[in-house]
Design a protein around this ligand. Structure first.
Ligand code: ADP
Ligand code: MG
Length: 252
């Protein structure tokens, strides 16, 4: 068994004394999709943000436990946070393309990171859009405004923008919550492509989506990780009564 890409160990986290995560321990495997699901307020977004250190500037928080990426504690003093955020990309619920063209949206990250070579940028552009399953739809209009794309295309563009930075991990927080079923299907399709190469952690927008995409599914309830199982097992044979109640639609 290969070591987990991300190890979350006895992680507790509170906002102004209110616990949002309680003693969570979870291994996230590489080249797989791990789905964090459960009712709102369970701490899923908080956990994603902690993996990317996006909560660093939130005041009055407290944290116990650790998060390891490739065995290294990402909260250890001296951690290179910008480099961590390059290695761990994040995609949010509402696609937010930057003003400008499709091309500019994808290449601005690498450009800011110092890539100047035009041919290299073109290569990154095509690779990222292809991996996000968007290339074929936009290859003839790379210089059109990104904002003219459909919602589903904009979300795949945001995924491409993350991929342009050559991350190792992709965190997706309800990436299809604003999308129609066809666009949702396309985003899910791109995730299946991406897991060959990346470690993916997703908060799906429904139990159904969790069941469709998860290689590992973890059920969160009020800050606690109730259980995690491989594949679809959590939906067919939940171990915990609370998981069963949720996946059968008794609450949530
Ligand atoms: N920035 C914040 N400041 C204070 N409380 C927060 C903040 N973000 C989230 N919370 C609280 O933490 C708990 C978990 O929220 P969240 O991580 O967003 O859960 P989920 O994504 O599962 O809905 C909730 O009670 C929420 O109100
Ligand atoms: Mg959330």
């Amino acid at each position: 068994m290969v070591d987990a890409k991300i190890r979350i160990q006895q992680l507790s986290y509170a906002y102004a004394g209110e616990e949002a995560l309680r003693n969570v321990t979870l291994d996230v495997q590489a080249n797989a999709i791990t789905a964090l699901f459960g009712p709102a307020g369970g701490g899923k977004t908080t956990l994603l943000r902690l993996i990317n250190r996006l909560n660093d500037l939130v005041e009055e928080t407290s944290m116990r436990g650790s998060i390891l990426l490739d065995g290294e504690d990402i909260y250890a003093p001296g951690t290179d946070v910008p480099e961590l955020r390059r290695r761990v990309g994040m995609v949010f619920a509402l696609p937010l393309p930057l003003p400008g063209t499709i091309r500019e949206n994808v290449v601005c990250g690498p450009q800011l990171a110092g890539v100047r070579d035009w041919a290299r940028l073109e290569e990154i552009l095509e690779r990222s859009l292809a991996q996000a399953a968007l290339w074929n739809e936009v290859k003839d209009r790379l210089d059109s405004p990104a904002i003219a794309l459909s919602g589903g295309q904009q979300q795949r563009l945001c995924i491409a923008r993350s991929l342009a930075l050559e991350p190792e991990v992709l965190l997706l927080d309800e990436p299809t919550s604003g999308l129609d079923p066809i666009s949702t299907g396309k985003v899910e399709e791109s995730l299946f492509e991406l897991k060959q190469q990346y470690t993916i952690v997703i908060v799906p927008h429904s139990v159904q989506q969790a069941a469709r995409v998860a290689d590992y599914a973890a059920f969160f309830l009020m800050g606690e990780l109730i259980e995690v199982q491989e594949g679809n097992q959590i939906f067919t044979t939940p171990r915990d009564q609370r998981t069963e109640d949720y996946v059968t639609g008794r609450f949530g």
